[in-house]
Design a protein around this ligand. Structure first.
Ligand code: TXA
Ligand code: MG
Length: 315
């Protein structure tokens, strides 16, 4: 398949109308979209990514009234979060409308819904005139793509079209929040922080993966966000030293910085989060064997950042 590169949301939307899949920019990471109501188009997403079919997809909307065709109901806690954070890097898990094909939700009776903020994503969704399901636009198991070039690296020849945009602003995926219980439960940390959620709903909790009753985000059980290189968490940069062809990313410099084949020092956590996945990809291209990632405090965006680093380190 010849993958069309374009900057035109209306041209990209034509591929969706023909039942094809299209990669598009969002503020979190690039997504791979298909018509939410077209089963064979959705199947192409799983095929192109090599994604296990028991991992549900997120529905993306441009307008709030599209929620009614996706969710059977919008509980009051969900409405509060919609009012506070839509559009933005937040996905709400809601009871699913019966007309949604089960392949989209991997057989679950709930569905994740998100309204992206990115202007090109919004123009594209509006041009499509329907909600799209979209996972991150990477091959399954690879770091999520934060640039259109990274999408092309993984999916060239496997998808019909890439809608080009700027590099993703946040660089980590959306926060996934289960809104089907009494209190909101974070299933995946992401762009909207626990602190921000607790400002509007103080009862917000984080799912405990070890807790049998906690509703889980099925995708979290898979190997994720992984570069080919070994990832090592550096708790004490002052004691971190290069080994072989190694790289370092963090905020504080280790003493022998120029002994690393590649390094990136970030000013703060947001910049670190923004850079992480791209750094992983560049390290693989350059044949780096070990990537040291400085540990940061698990507050604010640091919670999502440490979650991704741990998964990459297989902890
Ligand atoms: O920022 C994002 O969320 C990006 C952009 C493209 O919007 N999308 C994204 O999708 O990261 P994906 O498919 O890579 O990750 C979706 C996560 C998975 O962990 C999945 O298991 C979880 O959300 N999820 C989706 N639907 C769910 C549901 N009904 N119940 C629980 N978890 C769900
Ligand atoms: Mg993903």
């Amino acid at each position: 398949m010849n993958t069309k590169l374009t900057q035109s949301p209306t041209l990209a939307a034509r591929y969706i109308a023909h039942g094809e899949v299209v990669a598009f920019p969002t503020e979190t990471v690039y997504g791979l979209g298909a018509n939410l109501f077209n089963e064979s188009a959705i199947r192409k997403i799983f095929e192109a990514k090599g994604r296990p079919t028991d991992n549900p997809l997120i529905a993306h909307i441009a307008e709030l009234d599209q929620l009614r065709s996706i969710a059977r109901e919008v509980p009051p806690i969900a409405q509060t979060l919609v009012d506070a954070f839509f559009p933005g890097p937040l996905t709400l898990v809601l009871p699913k409308h019966e007309q949604i094909p089960l392949i989209a939700t991997a057989g679950l009776n709930t569905i994740g819904v998100r309204m992206p903020q990115h202007p090109i994503a919004r123009q594209f969704l509006t041009a499509c005139g329907m909600p799209l399901v979209a996972p991150s636009a990477n091959l399954s198991g690879r770091p999520s793509p934060t640039t259109w070039q990274a999408v092309r690296e993984d999916l060239n020849g496997r998808i019909a079209c890439i809608l080009k945009g700027d590099p993703a602003k946040v660089g980590l995926e959306s926060t996934v929040v289960d809104c089907t219980g009494k209190a909101p439960v974070i299933l995946r940390a992401g762009g909207v922080t626990l602190e921000q959620l607790r400002e509007v709903l103080p009862e917000t909790e984080i799912a405990n993966p070890g807790h049998a009753e906690a509703p889980k985000s099925p995708g979290m059980k898979y190997r994720h966000y992984s570069p080919d290189a070994r990832v090592v968490i550096s708790i004490f940069p002052q004691f971190t030293a290069p080994v072989g062809d190694s790289a370092y990313i963090g905020i504080d410099p280790p003493p022998r910085l120029d002994g690393f084949k590649k390094f990136l020092l970030c000013r703060e956590v947001a910049e670190y989060a923004h850079a992480l996945f791209q750094f992983f990809r560049e390290c693989d291209e350059e044949g780096i064997q070990t990537i040291f990632c400085q540990a940061v405090q698990e507050k604010g965006l640091g919670l999502a950042l440490m979650d991704r680093i741990r998964r990459a380190a297989h902890e």
